[in-house]
Design a protein around this ligand. Sequence first.
Ligand SMILES: NC(=O)c1ccc[n+]([C@@H]2O[C@H](COP(=O)([O-])OP(=O)(O)OC[C@H]3O[C@@H](n4cnc5c(N)ncnc54)[C@H](O)[C@@H]3O)[C@@H](O)[C@H]2O)c1
Length: 258
Amino acid sequence: MTTTWAVITGAGRGIGAVLARHAAKEGYRVAAWDLDGEAVHAVAAEIGEACVPMAVDVADESSVRSAMAELSAAPSLVVNNAGIVRFGPLLELAAADWRAALDVNLTGTFLVARVAAARMVAEGVGGAIVNIASINGLAAAPGAGAYTSSKAGVVKLSEHMALEWGAHGIRVNAVAPGLIDAGMSEPINADPAARKARSGRVPLGRLGTADDVAEAVLFLGSEKAAYITGQTLAVDGGITRGALNAMPRGAATDPSAD
Ligand SMILES: NC(=O)c1ccc[n+]([C@@H]2O[C@H](COP(=O)([O-])OP(=O)(O)OC[C@H]3O[C@@H](n4cnc5c(N)ncnc54)[C@H](O)[C@@H]3O)[C@@H](O)[C@H]2O)c1
């Protein structure tokens, strides 16, 4: 029996650790990659035999190449989830912070997807790649210029990969999580006032969970999504459709003014 590999990057904590659990439950052998080797070993120990942990820096091409060479076959699913935030207004943002966000979020996605796709092509098999963007890749947010630019890049890079690799049977999509109650957003959501205000802006009335994100990723990676490629799926409770929420319309168009 051949092993069906799923590579999940940034699997040491947050959304990535939940993704690794979901992928193992779906029957994948999970290659769990993270810069933090200790964290990803702990996640793998909890999942069991189906999960193979490895310390990998997605922004380092040789690290990515050696990790891919460890797999017994081309992966069927690759989830580019590793990511970092570097907050700061553009006028004050250190160039090193700008580069760090671009390096991990955009270049890391490029390097991992490319080495995986090359292996799929070499072995004559197709596969699915799901790149984790963000609603920040769809709309600007205060103080998040570097992050937003890197995630907008992930959206466009996913479209481009879909275009170039479709003929090889490789589907590439992006998932744009919204306000998620996990991982890097935990410190923000820990403030009860911020949490209430943030939930209140979401049409579905709640923050998202890492499980919400994982379900969408596993769907896009599955045969159920066999004709879907080059798309970005926002998993955001509708918040990116709410730009006109609470926009004043004036008495002339207010039905309650009758
Ligand atoms: N949590 C949210 O609200 C939210 C919202 C939208 C998008 N996202 C995106 O979802 C993804 C996961 O976010 P999270 O909240 O779980 O973050 P997190 O900070 O909890 O986890 C990120 C993981 O990536 C790993 N990582 C960082 N740099 C790496 C590198 N160079 N190589 C390999 N691994 C590296 C970290 O060690 C960590 O384990 C990110 O791409 C993030 O931008 C998160």
